[in-house]
Design a protein around this ligand. Structure first.
Ligand code: DAH
Length: 332
């Protein structure tokens, strides 16, 4: 048995030296020092040893146990020290994984800028529903029954509610009415939002787009206030050389009415671009919301947000704004 113990010690220590990582070290521990290990397996043989030999064999058994245990501890310390000495397993100088970064849509950011600029001129924001009734989209805006603007070919009619047809609003002018129904003058608001028209999609048309509506009603409001407001906006948004031009036009809800052009720089050149309509609020509109047109006057305007953004960023096809291709959107 003494020879077997010598054997056990030498093979165990040789194998221990060959263990090079935590897993093989643990396997070695189980094989030799574990409760079903080879050292434990020697114990029962002690009872077959003769009485004279027993003290020597017992002593040797204990020596082997101590040798294996201390050998294990030493090897364990060696391996851990080795790993620490080899330095961290992570190369901290390597560039990290770049996570894709999201951002707000170019139209959302344009709206934020518009809201900010008009905010500086004292305009607060207002909103209304996208599913509207005929009163707010037409009647109160001085667009009477039978007017061609109500033609189903130009509107997304949806159904009927309390005897009135509902439709997706075709203009944010609806918010003029909603605001004046809820608030009495002085009123100074802008409303940015989606409008819908059954247009065939092409580079400049889409069945949904955005407008910014402006409304200012108070005592003594004149066209000078209107032009000044649009002029200040153009300068703030397009730069100090921007200009505004108004061309006589017609809208049912304003009198007089005008088309708004803004002179902006496109690819280094200053050009006139038509961006919406405006005018003095028609007395019929004020009357529809119980405001005395003899006491109050107002101006209104409606501008196309896509037009503003597309011109500013040189986007030549409106469809790109809504296809949600991040390769396109990521440029802005
Ligand atoms: N609602 C008109 C449109 O969608 C735009 C417009 C013109 C709005 C004149 C106004 C305005 O407030 O005064 O074509």
């Amino acid at each position: 048995m003494l020879a077997d113990l010598d054997d056990l010690q030498s093979t165990a220590l040789a194998e221990l030296a060959a263990a090079t990582d935590a897993a093989s070290l643990e396997a070695w521990r189980i094989a030799y020092l574990g409760s079903k290990g080879r050292l434990k397996a020697m114990m029962p043989r002690l009872k077959d040893v003769s009485k004279e030999e027993k003290p020597a064999v017992g002593k040797r058994l204990n020596e082997v146990k101590v040798a294996l245990e201390s050998g294990f501890e030493a090897r364990q310390a060696e391996l851990e020290g080795g790993a620490a000495a080899a330095g961290p397993q992570v190369d901290v100088t390597q560039p990290g994984a770049v996570l894709p970064e999201g951002r707000r849509h170019v139209l959302s950011r344009t709206i934020d800028e518009i809201v900010e600029i008009f905010g500086r001129m004292g305009f607060t924001t207002a909103a209304g529903p996208e599913v509207e009734d005929e009163w707010h989209n037409f009647t109160a805006l001085n667009i009477p029954a039978g007017h061609p603007a109500r033609d189903p070919i130009d509107n997304f009619y949806m159904g009927e509610q309390e005897g009135s047809r509902t439709l997706l609003r075709t203009q944010t002018s609806t918010v003029q009415i909603r605001t004046l129904e809820a608030t009495k003058p002085p009123v100074r608001i802008i409303a940015c939002g989606r409008v819908y028209r059954p247009d065939t999609h092409d580079a400049t048309h889409y069945s949904m787009f955005h407008q910014v509506e402006g409304l200012c009603v108070d005592r003594g409001i004149t066209m000078v206030d209107l032009k000044t407001t649009l002029f200040q906006f153009a300068r703030a948004y397009f730069g100090p050389e921007a200009e505004v031009r108004m061309r006589p036009s017609f809208f049912p809800f304003t009198e007089p009415s005008a088309e708004v052009d803004m002179k902006m720089r496109i690819k280094g050149e200053w050009q006139w671009v038509e961006i919406g309509g405006c005018g003095m609020v028609d007395p019929n509109v004020l009357q529809a919301v119980d405001i005395d047109p003899e006491e109050f006057t107002g101006f209104a305007f409606g501008l196309g947000i896509e037009r503003i953004a597309m011109r500013k960023y040189g986007i030549s096809d409106i469809r790109w704004l809504f296809e949600n291709d991040v390769r396109f959107l990521g440029q802005f």
